[in-house]
Design a protein around this ligand. Structure first.
Ligand SMILES: Cc1ncc(COP(=O)(O)O)c(C=O)c1O
Length: 432
């Protein structure tokens, strides 16, 4: 028995067969079909505990809010709620998932992008922590509905990621308020009766440099510090977003989370001292770090086309896992049986969708003689995997299964044609 993927010891090679948190991949596919998303409950809990305990070594008032958009399956969200996570929600529907699982409204953050006035109003009515990203939204706040706490999403002027599409701050980003507007935003909120404040940023995703996080903390503090001093407001929390990277490729380093925590907290303390601000709550709202490496997508080879390039078609596509087509993202691929074979043969692994971008890998070396009916596993798909899937090309979405120490639980049924058509209404004049 060997564990073969970074520190994810829930992924085992047992006599050449893939076992996920005690469940054989082949047996899971036999029971639940293909393609299939599988998540390790133990890995999610481990990721949460590692992050929280590491930061709390340096800063006891540290809290993790899970970015629900990364994986909105209520079973997954519940695991994190049980661990004590608050929830970062991008829309009211996500706050509803959090509420239904028992997460209090004061532990839900509403960070919507270009939200409607009605959704802001509802978030205020439900006492969810509002995180505004546009100063104009302040016009919706008046004496009758002043929220207890208000936060602003600030664009500190810099973002980072290995992928252009995953940079959320800096001059070209649509998110957040500009540094030049920050003083006005807090002054105006104060004038409208808000008494407790937070500040937030979310600058990029999948960042592997441990020093980056202290750097953006410095930028944020140098924006908010003078404003807090000048306006004499109470800063209740500082939320530095998500962005913690995970190793998708074999050569990617593991993020040194201890270094991230130590450097972030050192910087925070230095800046609090400089601006004479009492210690606020420190929040991080990761998605990827908590769930990406807990998820595996199991697929079946549908056909092989040999030629100058060998195309290996599988029954999952950009409809099942969009990240490679959207961002050219890498997902490691392993056969679920015969894992000890050498990876000697280059394949373009493709899906069944009628788009040329429906391509998981170009020239990826896998064992030779792969054939229809063989199973392949795509690793690190627990974040932004199922959530970005679609019914494009009239393909029902995959099923989702949670595994834990050899037990498997279906947590989302596989869709069928009826699920694709059940919202359709055909006007009467087209029915004859
Ligand atoms: C506002 C916000 N917070 C947190 C996250 C989670 O980011 P990550 O998965 O990089 O941790 C995202 C992701 O897009 C986000 O938009």
């Amino acid at each position: 028995m060997t564990h073969f993927w970074h520190s994810v010891h829930q992924l085992q090679n047992v006599d050449g067969n893939l076992v996920i948190d005690g469940c054989s991949a082949s047996a899971l596919m036999e029971r639940y079909g293909s393609p299939l998303y599988v998540y390790s409950e133990n890995r999610i809990r481990e990721n949460f505990r590692r992050l929280q305990s590491t930061f709390r070594k340096y800063y006891s008032n540290y809290h993790v809010f899970f970015a629900v958009k990364a994986n909105n399956n209520p079973a997954i969200v519940k695991i994190l709620a049980e661990e004590g996570a608050g929830m970062d929600c991008s829309c009211l529907e996500e706050t509803e998932i959090a509420r239904s699982l028992g997460v209090e409204s004061g532990r839900q953050l509403f960070t919507a992008v270009f939200p409607t006035p009605a959704s802001i109003q509802e978030a205020i009515d439900r006492r969810i922590i509002l995180n505004l990203e546009n100063v104009r939204d302040l016009e919706l706040i008046n004496e009758e509905n002043t929220p207890e706490v208000l936060s602003f999403r600030v664009n500190p002027g810099m973002g980072s990621s290995g992928k252009e599409g995953l940079i959320f701050a800096g001059p070209n980003a649509k998110f957040g308020i500009q540094a030049s507007e920050v003083e006005y935003a807090y002054a105006e909120a104060k004038r409208r009766g808000v008494t407790r404040f937070g500040v937030h940023m979310m600058t990029g995703s999948n960042v592997h440099d441990p020093l980056y996080f202290a750097e953006i903390m410095e930028m944020l503090m140098d924006i908010i510090g003078p404003v807090v001093q000048k306006l004499g407001i109470t800063l209740e929390f500082i939320n530095i977003g998500g962005s913690l990277g995970v190793p998708y490729q074999p050569e990617d380093p593991e993020l040194d989370i201890d270094k991230v925590a130590r450097c972030v907290v050192d910087m925070l303390r230095a800046k609090l001292k400089e601006y004479d601000i009492p210690e606020p709550m420190l929040i991080q709202e990761p998605g990827r770090y908590l769930v990406a490496d807990a998820g595996v997508l199991l697929t079946t080879v549908s056909s092989l086309k040999e030629g100058e390039t060998t195309f290996l078609g599988v029954d999952a596509g950009m409809n099942t896992l969009l990240r490679p087509a959207l961002y050219d993202s890498y997902h490691h691929i392993v056969p679920t049986n015969g894992m000890d074979r050498k990876n000697t043969c280059p394949y373009n692994v493709v899906g069944q969708i009628c788009e040329n971008t429906d391509l998981f890998s170009k020239g990826r070396k896998l064992p030779e003689k792969l054939k229809p009916g063989d199973h392949l596993a795509f690793l690190d798909v627990g974040a932004y995997g199922y959530g970005m899937s679609s019914q494009y090309n009239t393909r029902p979405r995959a099923a989702e299964v949670l595994v834990n120490d050899g037990e498997a639980y279906l947590i989302r049924k596989r869709e069928n044609l009826e699920d694709i058509l059940n919202k359709v209404i055909i006007p009467e004049h087209l029915t004859t």
